[in-house]
Design a protein around this ligand. Structure first.
Ligand code: GLY
Length: 494
């Protein structure tokens, strides 16, 4: 209700959980390609990727999973009646919420494209200033139907018919049957060890868990503390592990219901050690010299995340998205939300970059009913077998490396959670071969040292990497939150 930039009835996401008895699991409520989708749907007559089609308007919309995800989680774990959860949101939609400075600036940035896509009368097309109160009466009506009739109101009846007709009128191909056929999946999370930590994260169709495990597996043999936090040598080590992992991401990862992913081999210590043998601290390994490994036998700051530990010690880490800022920019005036543009997370054309610059491979090609590869990395960390951290972030392709840096900050540099979240961040994703830095916190000397070693560095004004919302459980049971000052993020204890 208060964050149309990334929220979310028109989107999807992933939840990783750990119950107080140690049971872990994950819920995949990722969007899905409609039945009428096809591999070349975003190519023009010359075979070029038309990125406008995959990012804006009806054709960019994947079948939303959020409502099914919320009801599935409630059915399996919920203690409160659904009306207790939805009524406060309905009240907020009817009463309205106050626009912050950051929201006002973002809305101004995207107003023109929202107007072109959704019309001059659309709720978020109007000029909205910081301090204004926004009511969303259409959303309140939608939520009342969901409260009274359950998920079927969204996926089975008049609402599904309306959504498919609305999206088709805007150039899309989603049919009512796509809503009826949408299913969530309970999946095994990716779990791996790093020193005395056990890290539980999201598996495919998110690349987050596998990519994080690969990077941390490549880094574990090195003494990162000795290198110095955010030093040139530290940046080199992270970059070289990240580019090698993202090269594998591009080649091997996609929807596990459509492609075979060699997870065991990708995470084997021998395979990861072999990948790092070409690393020298003297000079950068250029990404052009790296390809996916051979094994025998695919923001920007969109998306959003929340981390919760309840009074019983159960933990959930949820990253949820409509992909780009305000998704497809297509706002449904009858239902009160933006639709996602998640179809851009497929590789529209193998080798052609998506909105995050990620190069996709065959494993992530578009197919009917298939889920697009994600970078979302909702993560739970245990230390010596006890719950230690719940964390995650938005940020498209930078999600994985942001989660990595929070874990390393806390594990190797003795930081609390807020301190770890506040630290400046960097990111490398294989291609483009650029080591990106946040604008504040990295000296020109550091960048010069890296440039001399052959690294292409980039530091742009106002560039931020991720908006982390995380919790650390201290050994005395105290919960410390890290709410990212880069956004309007906040922490609350009840
Ligand atoms: N839409 C961003 C992601 O799933 O990675």
């Amino acid at each position: 209700m208060v964050y149309p930039y990334a929220g979310n009835l028109g989107g999807g996401g992933f939840m990783v959980y750990r119950l107080n008895d140690g049971t872990t699991g994950s819920l995949d409520y990722r969007e899905m390609a409609p039945a009428a989708a096809h591999r070349d749907m975003f190519l023009d007559s010359l075979g070029h990727h038309d990125s406008a089609l995959s990012t804006v308007g009806g054709l960019s919309v994947g079948v939303p999973g959020t409502i099914k995800g919320i009801f599935a989680a409630h059915k399996k774990f919920g203690l409160l009646p659904i009306e207790d959860l939805i009524d406060p949101v309905i009240a907020l939609a009817e009463k309205g919420y106050v626009i912050t400075d950051k929201q006002s600036a973002r809305l101004a940035q995207y107003r023109e494209v929202i107007r072109e896509t959704s019309g001059t009368e659309s709720l978020y097309t109007k000029v909205i200033s910081a301090g204004d109160t926004i009511k969303n009466i259409a959303l309140a009506k939608t939520l009342k139907q969901l409260r009274d009739q359950g998920e079927q109101a969204f996926y089975g009846g008049a609402m599904a018919k309306h959504m498919s007709q609305f999206i088709q009128a805007k150039g899309g191909v989603i049919q009512m049957e796509d809503f009826q056929n949408y299913e969530v999946h309970w999946r095994d999370p990716i779990a791996f060890n790093y020193e005395d930590l056990e890290i539980i994260s999201m598996g495919p169709p998110s690349s987050g868990g596998i990519c994080l495990a690969q990077i941390m597996g490549m880094l574990e043999p090195f003494d990162l503390k000795e290198l110095g936090h955010n030093s040139a040598l530290y940046a080199q080590h992270l970059t070289e592990a990240e580019r090698r992992a993202y090269a594998d991401r591009s080649h091997y990862l996609g929807d596990p219901d459509f492609v075979n992913i060699p997870t065991e081999q990708l995470l084997s210590p021998a395979y990861l050690a072999e990948k790092m043998t070409s690393f020298s601290t003297k000079t950068a390994t250029l990404s052009g010299a790296i390809s996916h490994g051979n094994i025998v036998g695919h923001e920007s700051d969109e998306t959003t995340h929340y981390s919760i530990v309840d009074p019983m010690g159960n933990a959930v880490s949820v990253t949820t998205t409509i992909n780009g800022a305000y998704g497809s920019k297509l706002f449904d005036p009858e239902l009160g939300f933006f639709y996602n543009n998640e179809m851009d997370d497929f590789s529209a054309k193998p080798g052609s970059p998506n909105m995050f610059g990620l190069i996709g491979g065959e494993a992530n090609a578009i197919a009917p009913g298939k889920r697009m590869l994600s970078s979302m990395t909702p993560t739970i960390v245990l230390k010596k077998g006890q719950l230690w951290q719940v964390l995650g972030t938005p940020g498209g392709s930078t999600i994985i490396t942001t989660v990595l840096q929070i874990i390393l900050n806390t594990q190797h540099f003795n930081m609390g959670m807020q301190e770890a979240v506040n630290q400046p961040r960097m990111h490398h994703q294989w291609l483009p071969d650029v080591l990106q830095f946040e604008y504040d916190g990295f000296s020109e000397d550091l960048l010069d040292t890296l440039n001399q070693k052959g690294y292409k560095t980039l530091k742009k004004a106002h560039r931020i990497i991720g908006k982390v919302d995380a919790i650390m459980r201290h050994s005395d049971g105290l919960l410390e939150a890290g709410a990212d000052p880069r956004g309007d993020d906040a922490a609350r204890g009840f």
